[in-house]
Design a protein around this ligand. Structure first.
Ligand code: ADP
Ligand code: MG
Length: 363
């Protein structure tokens, strides 16, 4: 039997629409499932149900060969017996415990010598040396995040559950810890489920992604495939990035990176090293479509392309342009008429460098 996780559940808070998930995915050593969606869509409820902190009124949750919940046969495994590392969104560190005390919290079953040894190991793994005796309030946001993660990982869980692990951090720290978290998860070879509403985190960290909106899972797939091929308009609206293609950084100058995508060069803002594999992410609303042969604008990128598809969507029209890769633009119906756009029209797609987002991906 393939190593699988099944989450099949319905949880209803009184007076609200039910939160439902029906998903099953295969896991390898360090597979990361991303639960992605806007605030209020039910991500935390599903994560807490997997942790055993929330009891769905109906469903089955299975991790590998172990059934944690099966309402039909009355199986309800307690959170303590699930061997899970759970990190809530606010970290919930114990304010009166030291860093070492927080990390040792889940190690009560060990003899004190083994416990101290494990705390020392984890302190080193998370680069918290020298902070063992500090209290949470004396730490920076990034350090608190590391302690919370260290506490979740210390008891050697089988599955790690992280609720918006980076959302409490300022932008530069978030960017740094995003990269560190990715290598750490690979190093620990520990499967995890990560909740986020940040698409760059989903792309960097995720192997599988479930898109949630208003209590329902709308699509499950590889993150870059879900972003570039949303199953329906609801998913497209939730993920909000229509073009996600693989590229490589070939040049860095003046704070701008030049990337190639299938031979087409684009400029974007990033600090990725030359040679770094990246996802090039562009929102359709950030693409300006101009007739080919028109004058220059302030946009850094002018890509010559051919229209391959024109799809009306309400008052707007989604235009797909082949410029070496398929690029999606959202423009008004009026613009389509003014430019006399038809399938096959030659156009220029203009994109400001600031709207070309480069997100690291593993090579
Ligand atoms: P997310 O993590 O995606 O922001 P949540 O799972 O926290 O979403 O919440 C989903 C919905 O369930 C929200 O409408 C929220 O108000 C409601 N909800 C969550 N927890 C409770 C609770 N303990 N009691 C009542 N309603 C709740
Ligand atoms: Mg939440």
């Amino acid at each position: 039997m393939a190593a699988e996780v099944t989450i099949d559940m319905t949880k209803t808070f009184s007076g609200r629409a039910p939160i439902q998930a029906h998903l099953r995915y295969e896991i390898k050593a360090s597979t990361v499932l991303i639960l992605f969606g806007p605030s209020g869509s039910g991500k935390t409820t599903i994560l807490r149900s997997v942790a055993g902190l929330e009891w769905p009124e109906e469903g089955r949750i299975q991790f590998l060969s172990r059934t944690w919940l099966d309402t039909k046969s009355g199986i309800r495994v307690s959170p303590q017996d699930r061997q899970i590392g759970y990190m809530p969104q606010d970290y919930a560190l114990f304010p009166t415990y030291s860093v070492a005390g927080n990390i040792a919290y889940g190690l009560g079953a060990l003899a004190s010598e083994d416990r101290n040894k494990r705390v020392a190991e984890v302190v080193e793994l998370f680069q918290l040396q020298g902070l063992e005796a500090a209290k949470p309030r004396e730490l920076s946001g990034g350090q608190q995040q590391r302690v919370a993660l260290a506490r979740a990982v210390a008891p050697r869980p089988q599955l790690l559950l992280l609720d918006e692990p980076l959302s409490a951090l300022d932008a530069p720290t978030r960017l740094q810890l995003r990269g560190e978290l990715r290598s750490l998860l690979k190093q620990l070879a520990l499967p995890s489920i990560i909740v986020t509403h940040d698409w760059s985190e989903a792309l960097t960290l995720g192997d599988v992604m479930a898109v949630m909106g208003r209590g329902l899972v709308h699509q499950v797939g590889k993150p870059h495939e879900v972003f570039s091929r949303p199953a329906n308009a609801e998913v497209a609206r939730i993920v909000g990035v229509e073009t996600v293609v693989q590229g490589e950084v070939i040049e860095q100058a003046d704070g701008l990176s030049t990337v190639t995508v299938n031979g087409t060069k684009l400029k974007g803002l990033s600090s990725n090293a030359i040679g770094a594999p990246v996802y090039v992410c562009i929102r359709a609303e950030d693409v300006v479509v101009e007739p080919s042969g028109s004058g220059m604008t302030s946009a850094r990128n002018h890509l010559l392309g051919r229209v391959t598809d024109i799809a009306p969507q309400g008052v707007m029209v989604q235009v797909t342009i082949d410029c070496g890769f398929l690029l999606t633009a959202t423009i008004t119906r009026g613009a389509v008429e003014d430019l006399c756009l038809v399938s096959g029209s030659s156009v220029i797609a203009a994109i400001k460098a600031g709207a070309v987002h480069l997100v690291p991906r593993s090579g």
